[in-house]
Design a protein around this ligand. Structure first.
Ligand code: SAM
Length: 291
């Protein structure tokens, strides 16, 4: 049965591409999903109900959209490629719970959209679900987090290398500056790895589905979060250096002496590297610097 399903989805994708003269546009990160098991996992782990509005970024031919429409109260798609808009309208205009915006997701005012939709008492939660265009994975994730959207979760397929950084716990081997941003806002989990053969055309990298559940309260409490994230960025700009040298070089610490003093106060070794710090350590450094 699984085998038949797989054949169906491949056939459907190929026939849609043929019918609408679609050639996957590499510069728009177009890799169309052709694996039913992955779709099933994305939909199941997002725990979609009729009380949910799903925002799907980059619906493409609508392979995932179809399943979201069956489960959700509403599906709002944001797609940049005008060619896809026609396909999606042809396929789904009969669905009352379908809406599409033809725009670059990075330019869309998501807060306004969510606020407007939440005025409808039927919409209790908003969730993001997407097979993202990989050329802008990081800007999209940063936008979804930094704009402090009123959303419950973000389920995305992205390149494995980035996924491993996003879902890492600060201090782990894949820790990067963005690990702290995700950790500050979310509790995240790996859903599944996805082989290149699950797409037409095949991407050059392995993919992974991850889910980020927005925390009710951020992971640490402090007033100067902007300063903390600036310090984290500075610390990771020179990740081969010790934290002390990186923060002296980027002028976060006015001098080596000041830096050593701060690290001593926080019981941190003067040779420690940025990726070994917890988010609480960075919050403590921030508080001392801002004093
Ligand atoms: N969801 C489809 C699937 O799973 O088969 C397509 C996923 S494909 C990896 C990424 C999609 O994002 C493409 O349809 C592409 O046109 C769209 N896209 C690319 N850049 C975008 C942007 N800036 N804003 C909105 N959509 C974009």
């Amino acid at each position: 049965m699984k085998g038949n399903h797989m054949e169906n989805i491949v056939e459907e994708t190929k026939s849609l591409m043929k019918k609408y003269h679609i050639k996957a546009n590499k510069s728009l990160g177009q890799n169309f999903l052709i694996n039913d098991e992955v779709i099933e996992n994305i939909v199941n782990c997002s725990r979609i109900t009729k009380e949910d509005m799903i925002i799907e970024i980059g619906p493409g031919l609508g392979t995932l959209t179809k399943h979201l429409l069956d489960k959700a109260g509403k599906v709002l798609c944001i797609e940049l490629d005008t060619k896809m808009i026609r396909i999606l309208e042809d396929r789904f205009s009969d669905y009352e719970n379908f809406e599409i915006i033809n725009e670059d997701v990075l330019k869309v005012n998501l807060n306004e959209i969510i606020k407007k939709n939440k005025e409808n008492p039927k919409t209790k939660n908003v969730k993001i679900v997407a097979n993202l265009p990989y050329y802008i994975t990081t800007p999209i994730i940063m936008k979804l987090l930094e704009e402090k959207l009123d959303i419950e979760s973000i389920t995305v397929m992205i390149q494995k290398e980035v996924a491993d950084r996003l879902i890492e716990i600060p201090g782990g081997k894949n820790t990067g500056a963005i690990t702290y941003t995700v950790y500050y806002y979310c509790e995240s989990e790996k859903i599944m790895e996805v082989p290149n053969s699950s797409f037409i055309p095949e991407p050059e990298v392995t993919s992974e589905v991850i889910k980020m559940n927005l925390r009710k309260e951020p992971a640490v409490h402090l007033e100067q979060t902007k300063v903390m994230f600036m310090i984290i960025k500075s610390a990771f700009m020179q990740r081969r250096k010790t934290l002390l040298n990186a923060l002296v070089n980027t002028k976060v610490f006015m001098s080596k002496e000041e830096g050593m003093e701060i690290l001593r106060k926080l019981n941190l070794d003067e040779n420690i590297r940025a990726e070994k710090l917890s988010i609480q350590d960075f919050a403590n450094i921030t508080k001392l610097i801002c004093k």
